[in-house]
Design a protein around this ligand. Structure first.
Ligand code: SF4
Length: 356
């Protein structure tokens, strides 16, 4: 649960105000022009969004670099099962155009939008259309006069404060704020400073966090302490990797912070010289399917009988190597012994039986 901030509505998703922490990712490629609602690339994109939603993605953001992007995002928003957000830099007219469509939130980077009157036009239309806005401050694109500040966390907070004040002057408070840097410690400090002063919901993330492993480590270091203290209404784990990885990493970070979410928790062994069952290959085949389950379920995938039966017994369903066989456990009891080559089939049958 996030700290008691004001609540901001992003389509059907509530951010802040004690609502569950939502997980976001960002679309990784430009949207092409769609010819109409039946355009095959629109249908394929909508399918991909449904897959991300099944993995636990609550909100999805798209860069909107031009008018084609705005129109395509608008068409996709009408077909999406989750709220879509437009990410606008430089051209405020694109934000105005996006608000002609059912787009749930607009992220603006005021440092890149420029003149105050342009931001005011965006705010006026957002107010009129009931669309929320995110003030997305990024250490890489601070307003010019703040760029020289040595303390980047303080510079980001100063930039956010300036924008919040301007939005409040315009009578607009349906605002989520983010302050992103690529140093985890700076992200943590900036968000703590802001949360101590304001009650706007915070969108947390480490920007340009790096490749998969470094990116997950940096985001975990910054986000878990904040979330544990109730700071943060929504998160995006930015990775030089797939959207699926970002969503699953987001789920795991939220779980590490002790925030319970329905879904699957996988326990698996790293493998060593004792293994008789290739857990890595099994996970590569199964993790997408397991993470897409709606059920709250602990799954253990273990390589041998040293720790395998112990872990598998504690899970709702477990599979462990045992020589030329695998043992499958359901709720602590051995349910099945199957030859290695039939492991997938046996596991699938037992899982189906368990889930009824
Ligand atoms: S479960 Fe077995 S194979 Fe896996 S790491 Fe432990 S001892 Fe090694």
């Amino acid at each position: 649960m996030s700290m008691k901030t004001r609540t901001v509505k992003v389509g059907p998703v509530m951010m802040g105000g004690g609502w569950p922490v939502s997980i976001q990712t960002m679309w990784k490629s430009p949207l092409a022009a769609f010819s109409g609602p039946g355009d095959p690339s629109l249908l394929a994109a909508a399918d991909e969004i449904r897959r991300l939603a099944a993995l636990g993605c609550d909100v999805l953001r798209f860069a909107v670099p031009d008018e084609t992007g705005a129109d395509s995002l608008g068409a996709l928003a009408a077909a999406s099962p989750i709220p879509l957000v437009a990410d606008i830099h430089f051209d405020w007219r694109l934000a105005l155009r996006c608000m002609d469509y059912p787009i749930a939130k607009i992220r603006v980077n005021p440092g890149n939008i420029g003149a105050r009157w342009k931001v005011a036009e965006v705010v006026a239309k957002a107010k009129d259309k009931g669309v929320s806005l995110r003030i997305g401050v990024n250490a890489g694109s601070l307003p010019e006069d703040l760029r020289g500040m040595e303390d980047r966390a303080a510079a980001c907070v100063a930039a956010a404060e300036r924008e919040v004040a301007a939005f409040e002057e315009l009578g607009f408070q349906d605002v989520v704020v983010s302050m992103k840097m690529n140093e985890p410690g700076e992200v943590e400090r900036a968000n703590r400073l802001f949360a101590a002063k304001y009650d706007y919901p915070l969108h947390l993330g480490v920007t340009e966090a790096g490749p998969l492993i470094a990116g997950i480590a940096r985001n975990t270091a910054a986000l878990v302490p904040l979330l544990k203290d109730g700071i943060g209404a929504t998160i995006r784990v930015s990775l030089s990797d797939s959207m699926e990885s970002e969503v699953i990493a987001g789920r795991e970070i939220v779980a590490c912070a002790g925030i319970k979410k329905a879904g699957v928790r996988i326990v698996s062994c790293p493998r060593c010289g004792r293994d008789s069952f290739d857990t890595h290959a099994f996970l590569a085949r199964w993790s997408g399917r397991l993470y897409a389950l709606k059920d709250t379920l602990e799954v253990a995938i273990m390589g041998c009988v040293v720790n395998g039966p112990g872990e598998a017994r504690h899970a709702d369903i477990g599979i462990t190597g045992a020589g030329d066989f695998v043992l499958i456990f359901i709720k602590g009891e051995i349910a099945r012994r199957a030859p290695l080559e039939e492991a997938d089939k046996a596991f699938a049958e037992e899982l189906d039986r368990l889930l009824g």
